[in-house]
Write a protein of this length. Structure first.
Length: 255
């Protein structure tokens, strides 16, 4: 099967799977309990990754109970990658996602919290929402870079949302996300930067070969009485060091 034909086949199956997910949300979601919803989320996210030609590899374990997951941000697929292994995670996402076709229904069903990034005061509202969720025993996931990077280095971490974990003395669990393919330790097919559209990103992913999304779950960090800026620096250091080690070990040998 030619590359373009295979990519088109992958996309067609992915669209059907997305429609199936929307149908489940619209017709069955209100009648499901939390455990059933989480099982559905994990199954749906894992299958979507497979349909797009990605397999997932996980190192480490998510701690049970309430936690704030802090991860580097590479692609819109990051949420699916995390949900495939931690389906209870509620993400803080940019408000623009509400306008994405199909995707908006699905992320709403996963309990997503939305941030109006252009409104500076909206961060305070979201911090309160995250704190309430953590206090209730939920898992919340954030991308403190605030936007996607190229997968090889980190952007500065914003500390605002970390205040929710500090206020509730909730552990923070760092997570390293990396997409690789047959030729690259950090696959350019997964990049979602600049003016890249969702359609362009989908096509690049569908054209990818032997793509793997790596999740490295690092040890949870205490947050009680921490300074949020110091905590942001520490988390960035932990994630950055782990990412550099991954890239170095995965890089092809020089000839």
């Amino acid at each position: 099967m030619g590359l373009r034909l295979r990519a088109a086949w992958r996309l067609a199956r992915a669209v059907l799977h997305a429609l199936h997910g929307v149908a489940v949300v619209l017709l069955g979601w209100p009648r499901m309990g939390a455990a059933t919803r989480h099982a559905r989320i994990a199954w749906w996210a894992g299958k979507m990754l497979r349909l797009l030609g990605l397999r997932i590899e996980v190192q480490g374990d998510f701690r049970p109970g309430a936690k704030l997951i802090v991860a580097n941000h590479v692609s819109w697929l990051d949420i699916m990658a995390v949900h495939a292994r931690c389906p209870e995670a509620r993400f803080v996402s940019k408000a623009e996602v509400r306008h994405w076709p199909l995707v908006s229904r699905l992320v709403d069903a996963a309990g997503t919290l939305y941030l109006e990034r252009e409104k500076r005061r909206d961060a305070l509202r979201v911090v309160h929402q995250v704190a309430q969720a953590l206090a209730a025993g939920d898992t919340v996931a954030v991308f403190p870079e605030g936007t996607t990077g190229d997968g090889t280095a980190l952007l500065p971490f914003h500390a605002n949302l970390l205040q929710a974990a500090i206020a509730t003395a909730t552990p923070v669990q760092p997570l390293v996300l990396r997409y690789a393919d047959a030729q690259h330790a950090a696959s350019p097919a997964a990049e979602f930067v600049g003016e890249t559209t969702l359609a362009q990103s989908l096509w690049r992913l569908a054209c990818g070969q032997d793509m793997v999304v790596h999740l490295q779950v690092l040890a949870a960090q205490g947050s009680a009485h921490a300074d949020r800026r110091a905590l942001a620096v520490r988390l960035q250091s932990l994630i950055g060091e782990a990412l550099r080690e991954q890239l170095a070990s995965a890089a092809p040998p020089r000839r």
